[in-house]
Design a binder for this molecule. Structure first.
Ligand code: SF4
Length: 289
């Protein structure tokens, strides 16, 4: 871990990353790709130590309230977070200044901050986004070794439901020859239905591989799935977009389950929802109690 004084914190679309790099160790991680030009080891987390100060100043200057996003490029609940509380401090500011929040994680450490998420949601809107890829718990521990399992993430979704905090699930990526099965998708979709998620984002059944993440992915295939690297090479060569041959069948299943259960599966509509700020009226706030 190393500290860095960042120059700014909010992107043009009001997204922020408090950390850079990640220790969750997902074998398919796109954030490892060379195109992101990280100037340090991926696991040597850069901590933007002045981010609360930058955020407070940015929120003060904003003329209009909006949704603040976090978690797109680095998980806000890394193993450092319980000690550093950078995410918690920033959530407190978002709450204090009356902004909305869209937060993405794979970690159940988010449960520590339920009080703040609930408060933000009562004043404006808070959406919790979780990624689910692998229903089988043992397989999940191989594919996403440094973070809580899919079942534990499902428990987070249930907790959010109990608190009336809307949730969105990302089914992404799904790995050909590993978890691109109906059984896997049914397991994940059933979790989503039970947790009454607002929407499920899925761009297709597959993953992306490019310089930086491809090497890491292949190294992990050699460790855990002997022979599979060769199969990937033969099937996909050096393609960037890797599609499962079961894509059409599985996408149909995804659309069918979403439509039947009134879960939004139009990705554009979900992104719009994640960016739309809402201010709750006094009556709405009272009805939440
Ligand atoms: S949580 Fe996201 S950033 Fe971290 S290793 Fe997994 S895919 Fe990469």
């Amino acid at each position: 871990m190393h500290y860095k004084e960042a120059k700014g914190i909010l992107s043009q679309t009001n997204g922020m990353n408090l950390y850079r790099g990640c220790t969750h160790g997902c074998i398919y991680c796109d954030a490892r790709s060379k195109c992101y030009q990280m100037d340090h080891d991926f696991e040597d987390i850069e901590v933007k130590i002045n981010s609360p100060m930058l955020l407070e100043s940015a929120l003060r200057r904003k003329r209009k309230k909006c949704m603040i996003g976090t978690g797109a490029m680095s998980d806000p609940y890394l193993s450092l977070e319980p000690e550093l509380k950078l995410t918690r401090t920033c959530l407190s500011l978002i709450n204090q200044y009356g902004f909305g929040l869209s937060i993405q994680t794979k970690s159940n450490r988010i449960l520590r901050d339920v009080d703040l998420l609930k408060s933000i949601n009562e004043n404006s809107k808070c959406v919790v986004q979780m990624t689910l890829t692998t229903y089988d718990e043992k397989l999940c521990k191989i594919i996403e070794p440094g973070v809580c399992t899919t079942k534990e993430r499902f428990d987070v979704l249930l907790k959010m439901k109990e608190k009336n905090i809307p949730t969105v699930v990302w089914i992404d990526p799904i790995l050909p020859f590993i978890n691109d099965t109906e059984e896997n998708l049914w397991g994940i979709l059933n979790y989503c239905v039970e947790a009454k998620v607002y929407g499920i984002i899925c761009f297709g059944i597959g993953l992306t591989l490019r310089e930086g993440n491809r090497e890491y992915f292949y190294q992990k295939l050699d460790e855990h799935f002997p022979g599979l690297k060769k199969r990937y090479h033969e099937t996909y060569g050096y393609a960037y977009e890797i599609r499962s041959k079961h894509n059409d069948k599985l996408m149909k299943l995804y659309y069918d389950v979403c439509q039947k259960n009134h879960i939004v599966c139009d990705n554009n509509k979900i992104f719009q929802y994640l960016h739309e700020y809402e201010e709750k009226s006094n009556t709405e706030q009272l009805s939440l109690f």
